[in-house]
Design a protein around this ligand. Structure first.
Ligand code: SF4
Ligand code: MG
Length: 472
């Protein structure tokens, strides 16, 4: 039997998912969805799926793996119809198994609905008690079951059922949903996760990020507002607001890390925002050095902004192997200890004898960062100054970022000096929250900052928070 090395400890925590939807007069919505999902692959790599309606029958195809592994020409051609939704998953609740892949399907008489979810609910226990028929493991299955049961019990159409059921859900949920002849997009009242509306010559597109619109040739109409639901059918787009208005809480980590650099969020280009984060960090925490080196790929734009603002040479001192998957055939122990080298290697030619400013966007667990700093020193750096373009990540996320075991958060219960000692750097600075918010370019408040500030916009499971509080 082959043993496998789990590289997830070396990888970054995953985003909860990418969602996509299309309503078109053409018959090949599934093909377009495939490309949309391809553009959203960075939001989840565990499973991928598409649900399609031809106006009569719903078909769902999903499997574990990357979008390009799950689908081929044969499976896509079998998915005929003009309405489709798609999903890329990174597990946040429920384990990483086929049954938890999405879209989730639920039969209602001779009709049915399929749902794709990005985010994480915080009241699943309460909701589980409300489901009448069958089982539901994940928050996404619970939502699908409750919507379907409402449609069935009250003979309601999808939009009407959603308007009455959605207010029961607490936490983060950006959804694309379809039935036979409707496509629906939803952002929860806080708008934790993004969703945008686009248009083509043949219909409408919904996507987690604008980069997916670009790939399928759709033009951005607008980002959905927090708490907005759009119902798309033959009559066009209808906008509904089923929730009382609350202050928007878009996940700040979309700007820091999750979203693609070429996406637009709240009207701002993500790459430019990340460069500004690096530039303001250079003003906040300057240090004399010879080179600025990014941790690829996450630290690249911030390092560029830092180098430019500081007037210090930018160089790629670390090289990334782009083809590392989630698991590997297990190498011998000696090799395994060098695990980080499977993903990244340091170049002495760029680092030897140099005072190095190493830039990354965040540190969650710290194990990879620590190994990296060791590599940089081994490559001959005389000093290593670590600069992080977001504040210390101290609090667990309940809204869809998989931070795993809460006790593993490096910054929980440690001050910056202790973290610097653990990582073995000469100096360490994190970008201040006010500066980060300003660097987004978005006016006013309106972000969730809970993992950085401990201030949660909704009620969250207290035991988990207490664990972190006690360590702090
Ligand atoms: Fe995003 Fe952090 Fe809020 Fe989670 S807690 S939604 S990662 S800002
Ligand atoms: Mg989830």
């Amino acid at each position: 039997m082959e043993a496998h090395l789990d590289l997830s400890s070396l990888s970054r925590p995953g985003e909860a998912c990418g969602v996509f939807g299309i309503f078109t007069t053409e018959a090949d919505a599934a093909h377009t969805t495939y490309f949309g999902l391809f553009a959203l692959q960075h939001r989840g790599q565990e499973s991928a799926g598409i649900a399609v309606s031809d106006g009569d029958t719903l078909t769902v195809y999903k499997d574990m793996g990357l979008v390009a592994q799950v689908f081929n020409e044969t499976t896509l051609t079998a998915l005929s119809g003009g309405i489709a939704i798609g999903h890329t998953r990174y597990s946040t609740t429920g384990s990483s198994v086929w049954e938890n892949s999405q879209p989730v399907y639920r039969q209602i008489g001779d009709n049915g609905i399929a749902l794709a979810h990005n985010g994480n609910l915080t009241n699943t226990t309460t909701l589980a008690a409300l489901v009448q028929n069958g089982s539901a493991t994940t928050d996404s299955e619970l939502m699908t079951a409750l919507i379907a049961e409402r449609m069935d019990d009250h003979r309601e159409d999808l939009g009407t059922a959603l308007a009455s059921v959605l207010p029961r859900f607490e936490g983060a949920y950006t959804l694309t949903i379809l039935d036979r002849n409707h496509l629906v997009g939803v952002r929860d009242p806080y708008g934790f996760r993004p969703l945008c509306l686009g248009t083509t010559d043949h219909g409408w597109v919904l996507a987690s990020e604008t980069a997916a619109l670009d790939l399928v040739g759709a033009r951005l109409v607008r980002e959905l507002a927090p708490g907005e639901m759009v119902i798309i059918d033959d009559d066009g787009v209808t906008s509904v607001h089923p929730f009382p208005a609350v202050q928007e809480r878009l996940c700040l980590f979309e700007f820091v890390y999750f979203a693609r650099p070429d996406s637009m969020l709240r009207g701002q280009n993500i790459h430019r925002a990340r460069r500004r984060m690096g530039a303001t960090l250079a003003e906040q925490a300057p240090v004399e050095a010879d080179v600025v080196v990014p941790v690829p790929e996450s630290g690249i734009p911030a390092a560029q902004g830092f180098a430019e603002a500081a007037g210090i040479r930018y160089t790629d001192g670390l090289v990334k192997n782009r083809y590392v998957g989630r698991t590997f055939i297990q190498p011998a122990q000696a090799l395994r200890d060098r695990g980080v080298r499977l993903k990244l290697n340091a170049m002495p030619a760029e680092l030897e004898g140099k005072r190095v400013i190493l830039v990354d966007d965040s540190i969650i667990r710290g194990s990879t960062t620590r190994q990296l700093i060791h590599l940089v020193r081994e490559a001959g750096a005389t000093e290593v100054h670590l600069r992080i373009s977001s504040p210390p990540y101290r609090w667990p996320c309940f809204y869809g970022m998989d931070t795993g075991d809460r006790s593993t958060l490096l910054a929980a219960g440690r001050d910056v000096d202790e973290i610097a000692a653990f990582l073995d750097v000469d100096t360490l600075a994190y970008l201040e929250l006010d500066r980060l918010l300003e660097a987004t370019g978005v006016d006013g408040a309106g972000f969730c900052t809970a993992c950085l500030s401990g201030s949660y916009p909704t009620e969250v499971p207290l035991t988990d928070v207490k664990l972190v509080l006690e360590r702090a």
